[in-house]
Design a protein around this ligand. Structure first.
Ligand code: RP5
Length: 163
């Protein structure tokens, strides 16, 4: 059975950013459950989603939101699954700090692993690293992914000397 990761976002306008996480996960053969779940506009849906996610076979939740970004923290308060928060610079953001701080500054007891502003790709990679603890296939793919980055840097170094 493929491991399953949830990709939730406060609005469909977050999807162009959240797609970067989805691409990483699909490239590694992980099943992605994606859904718009808003802490403010669909609060009851959010509660239901968070309370049932584990029983639906989801291992990690990646939650993205912009502005007053309460989705990752509220979802984390309703589940024991690991939650990765993606702050998004959205149309209602002042400069992105509003979303970063809303997701980052959680109270003791309810962690949200917060990635960089618009850092959905790293959220996907972090979720894969969590799965790789107990999944050999994902572990091997991550090692190959890291080796490919090393090669790319070496190649770019070579390009400097050719110019
Ligand atoms: C947040 O408000 C969403 O996560 C999104 O980043 C932002 C703007 O939403 P829309 O007005 O584009 O739907 O809740």
């Amino acid at each position: 059975m493929k491991p399953k990761i949830a990709l939730i976002m406060g609005s469909s306008s977050d999807y162009p950013i959240m797609q970067q996480a989805e691409k990483m996960l699909l490239d590694f053969g992980v099943e992605v459950h994606k859904e718009v779940v808003s802490a403010h506009r669909t609060p009851e849906k959010m509660v239901d989603f968070a309370k049932t996610a584990k029983d639906k076979g989801i291992s990690v939740i990646i939650a993205g939101a912009g502005g007053a970004a309460h989705l990752p923290g509220m979802v984390a308060s309703l589940t024991t699954l690991p939650v990765i928060g993606v702050p998004i610079k959205s149309s209602n953001s002042i400069d992105g700090w509003d979303s970063i701080l809303s997701i980052l500054q959680m109270p003791n007891g309810i962690p949200v692993a917060t990635v960089a502003l618009n850092g959905a790709k790293n959220a996907g990679i972090l979720a894969l690293r969590m799965l790789a603890i107990s999944n050999g296939s994902i572990y091997r793919q991550l090692r190959a992914f890291q080796a490919s980055m090393e090669l790319a840097v070496e190649k770019s170094q070579g390009d400097l000397h050719q110019g």
